[in-house]
Design a protein around this ligand. Structure first.
Ligand code: NAP
Length: 311
């Protein structure tokens, strides 16, 4: 039987995805049609990005699964017309590696105080020896695929890392806490906090005036998760008071970040334009094809979204 696979992402992504997808699908050894256009009632699988024009899944009567090419699913998870399984992207070779590199780079920037030497217009000779990694506790809020990978990299460099998640975890070589009660314990000790949670009603404003006050004075915030995880006004107040020394933000409530947003001009904020970890077609295509294989073999899908939890 021929599988009909619709690529429903922005048209400009097709050029970079088509060849890797065909290579990965060819390896399955099953006949398939892969296209950006297809009669809705003929589609078996949809390779999907939430900014696609497809927002009503009702006409896709034979659809077996929607395979999201993004890690974040907040823009699709509540779609009531989508009733088949939805998967999110976890790709250790590509997306995860990108996040690990981005987070490690920004943690090291703040840990080492690199800015003092990169931006030094007065040519000041002011040696300040940074502490070593074991003296710099890091918290990672959101201890899933990306949070754990970042924790492993930072632990490998010697940072004492504590992860925080919704459910309790026991992961060899990593330290973690969980649940609302655990947040205070984790933040009280963290000099650098990395946010890698999904955007759900429960995670909104996880960092707010109260929780920011739990962190040691002069701590750093790094957010490659999602904008709504932080109360923006509370963060700016904490930066202005010195409670937070610097915030590196990759994600925002509104993207692109409006030109007049206070984050742009704030001297203690670094804005990066949602580039922490993009999906890499070459490796992601293999994950997508593997899920099609699993679905056809009636095996459990990888990275299926829990629609109730919202991620
Ligand atoms: P994941 O594997 O689903 O992990 C999410 C983690 O967040 C899990 O540990 C989960 O806890 C935790 N969490 C969820 N709700 C929580 C709550 N209410 N309280 C405490 N912890 C909670 O997701 P992932 O693949 O690591 O991706 C994480 C996020 O990164 C994505 O959702 C996306 O928003 C963001 N992202 C950003 C970029 C970028 O370029 N900036 C790229 C990719 C992804 P449990 O383990 O208990 O379920």
């Amino acid at each position: 039987m021929t599988l009909n696979i619709l690529f429903a992402a922005l048209p400009e992504r097709w050029g970079e995805y088509e060849a890797p997808l065909r290579a990965a699908l060819d390896a399955l050894g099953q006949d398939y049609v892969l296209s950006t256009e297809m009669a809705a009632d003929q589609v078996d699988y949809m390779i999907y990005a939430p900014n696609s024009t497809v927002q009503d899944f009702t006409p896709y009567t034979r659809l077996k699964a929607v395979l999201n090419i993004w890690a974040g699913v907040e823009a699709i998870v509540g779609n009531q017309t989508l009733t088949v399984p939805l998967t999110r992207m976890v790709d250790t070779e590509g997306l995860t590696r990108g996040m690990v590199e981005w987070v490690t780079g920004h943690v090291l920037r703040h840990h080492l105080g690199m800015d003092a030497h990169i931006v030094n217009p007065d040519h000041a000779w002011a040696p300040t020896v940074p502490p070593l990694a074991p003296e710099r506790p890091v918290a990672i809020l959101g201890f899933g695929a990306l949070g754990q990978a970042c924790a492993r990299a930072l632990t490998g460099l010697g940072f004492p890392v504590t992860g925080w998640s919704r459910s309790a975890k026991s992961i060899e070589g990593l330290t973690s806490d969980h649940g609302p009660d655990g947040l205070k314990r984790v933040l009280q000790n963290a000099q650098i906090v990395v946010l890698l949670m999904p955007d759900t009603p429960e995670t909104a404003n996880t960092l707010n005036a109260e929780t920011l006050s739990w962190m040691p004075k002069g701590a750093f915030v790094i957010n490659p998760g999602r904008g709504p995880l932080i109360d923006d006004a509370a963060l700016i107040a904490a930066l202005d008071s010195g409670q937070i020394a610097h915030a590196t933000l990759d994600v925002f409530r509104t993207e692109p970040l409006p030109k007049d947003d206070p984050f742009w001009a704030h001297p203690k904020v670094t804005v990066t334009p949602h580039i922490a970890a993009d999906t890499r077609p070459a490796s992601a295509a293999k994950v997508l094809a593997e899920n099609i294989r699993r679905s056809e073999a009636s095996e459990p899908l990888l990275y299926e979204v829990d629609r109730t939890a919202g991620y």
